[in-house]
Design a protein around this ligand. Structure first.
Ligand code: SF4
Length: 197
C-alpha cells in the first residue's frame, strides 16, 4: 500500500458517538478536515485549520482509541486528497465513513459508508456513489428542489431528511414530508439533544 505523502489540513480529531444518520449511536473517531468552499450561510461547524498531519500520523492518533471506525468529516474533506487516505486507513484495518457535501468527486473505493449531504452544488456521481443521502430541510426549503433527490433512493441507498437547526417547526415539516414519502427516513442530531461532545 502506497503511503500518501501530503499533510492534511485538520481542525480536530476526537472520539465520540455518531449522533446522526444510519450509524447513530456508534462510537467512532472523528477526523474533521479544515476548510469548505461551500460557505453555507447556516453553517454551524468550525472548520478552521488548527494543525496538519500526514496519513501515518492520523492513523497513529486514531489507534489511541478502542474503535475500528473512523468518520472523516469537515469542513469538506474531498477538497483535499481523500481517496488516498481512505485506501491507506482501510488497508490498516479501519472501517472508514465519510461525510461530504458531494461537491467534489472522489473515488470512494474501500469506504464502508459515504454520506452525502448536498448543499448549493453536488456532483451527481457522488449521489450515485452514496450509501446515504442526508438532506437538510426547513421552512425555507423548496419542496421541488428537495424532490429531485428522491430518484436516488434504492434498497441500498437510504435518503434521510434532517431538520435544520433542530427547530421544532423544521422537525414538524420533515415528519410531514416523510409521512407523504415513506421511503424517507428522519435523521435527528441526537448528540445535540443529549449534549454529547
Ligand atoms: S457544506 Fe457543510 S461544512 Fe461546508 S459550509 Fe456548508 S454546512 Fe458548513
Amino acid at each position: 500500500m502506497k503511503t500518501p505523502q501530503q499533510s492534511y489540513r485538520l481542525t480536530e480529531i476526537f472520539y465520540s458517538i455518531q449522533g446522526e444518520g444510519l450509524y447513530t449511536g456508534m462510537p467512532a473517531v472523528f477526523v474533521r478536515f479544515a476548510g469548505c468552499l461551500m460557505a453555507c450561510e447556516f453553517c454551524d461547524t468550525v472548520y478552521v485549520e488548527k494543525f496538519k498531519m500526514t496519513a501515518p500520523q492520523i492513523l497513529a492518533e486514531i489507534k489511541k482509541y478502542p474503535t475500528q471506525t473512523v468518520v472523516i468529516t469537515g469542513g469538506e474533506p474531498a477538497e483535499q486528497p481523500l481517496s488516498e487516505l481512505i485506501k491507506f486507513l482501510t488497508a490498516a484495518g479501519l472501517k472508514v465513513h465519510v461525510e461530504t457535501n458531494g461537491s467534489v468527486y472522489f473515488d470512494p473505493a474501500g469506504a464502508e459508508n459515504i454520506t452525502v449531504s448536498p448543499k448549493k452544488y453536488v456532483d451527481a456521481r457522488m449521489l450515485s456513489a452514496a450509501h446515504v443521502i442526508k438532506i437538510l430541510a426547513g421552512r425555507e426549503t423548496d419542496y421541488d428542489d428537495l424532490k429531485k433527490y428522491f430518484q436516488y433512493f434504492s434498497p441500498s441507498r437510504l435518503l434521510y431528511l434532517q431538520p435544520r437547526d433542530n427547530k421544532q417547526e423544521n422537525i414538524d415539516l420533515c415528519v410531514k414530508i416523510i409521512k407523504q414519502n415513506p421511503f424517507l427516513r428522519l435523521s435527528l442530531q441526537t448528540h445535540k439533544f443529549a449534549n454529547i461532545e
